[in-house]
Design a protein around this ligand. Structure first.
Ligand SMILES: O=C(CO)[C@@H](O)[C@H](O)COP(=O)(O)O
Length: 217
């Protein structure tokens, strides 16, 4: 069964506490926190002060996705704020290995993220060092976009590399994920599914989370 990470980008920003506790009570396995800087992506969300405010109100694992140019400038702040995992985009820095090292030095799990236009070959040298790879299944920056099925091949390739070389990382998918699109991703090797609008836009978010779990049993 895949793990479900509701994305609070689709939550009600003035009711974060209510919306986070609601998914925690209703089967979420972790919480996905999208950080957008208005440069790497054309949108802004929030920063580490929000992560620090969220930390004491939930026991959920905080999966922080930095859509930030030169993320090494800020990883220490997000680690101090209480992130359990920090994801950095390979496209956002010339110093991706250093950024991952910094995250580990802060005692936090490290994730490398790839955009739809980036091949797996670009992150192959990093695979021995990461705890998670995030395969974006939409172009980052906005919730509510349509899933790109072409990304399934990348998930399969990562899973093959993982098995062939004995690597130990989770494969996360993010963008347009629902109880239908998740199925082939899970079969290809995805282990964590981010879901924003499918969970927070549902009349019954608990049923939405359960439907992703059930589709991958
Ligand atoms: O990183 C992002 C968007 O850039 C995501 O985490 C979105 O929040 C996913 O939203 P849905 O596609 O599930 O609505």
């Amino acid at each position: 069964m895949i793990k479900v990470a509701p994305s609070i980008l689709s939550a009600d920003f003035v009711n974060f506490e209510r919306d986070i506790k609601m998914v925690e009570k209703n089967g979420a396995d972790l919480l996905h926190v999208d950080i957008m800087d208005g440069m790497f992506v054309p949108n802004m969300s929030f920063g580490w002060t929000t992560v620090a405010a969220i930390r004491p109100i939930t026991n959920l694992f905080l999966d922080v996705h930095m859509m930030v140019q030169n993320p090494e400038r800020y990883v220490d702040q997000f680690a101090k704020a209480g992130a359990d995992l920090i994801g950095v985009h390979v496209e956002a820095t010339s110093h991706i290995h250093r950024a991952l090292q910094m995250i580990h030095n802060d005692g936090v799990k490290a994730e490398v993220v790839i955009n739809p236009g980036t091949p797996v070959s670009q992150i192959e040298p990093l695979l021995p060092f990461v705890d998670q790879v995030l395969v974006m299944t939409v172009n980052p920056g906005f919730g509510g976009q349509k899933f790109l099925p072409q990304m399934i091949e990348k998930i399969q390739l990562l899973d093959d590399l993982k098995k062939d070389k004995g690597y130990d990382f989770d494969i996360e998918i993010d963008g347009g994920v629902n109880d239908k699109t998740v199925v082939d991703c899970y079969k290809a090797g995805a282990t964590v599914a981010v879901a924003g609008s499918f969970v927070y836009g549902a009349d019954d978010p608990a049923a939405a989370i359960a439907s992703i779990h059930n589709a991958t049993r």
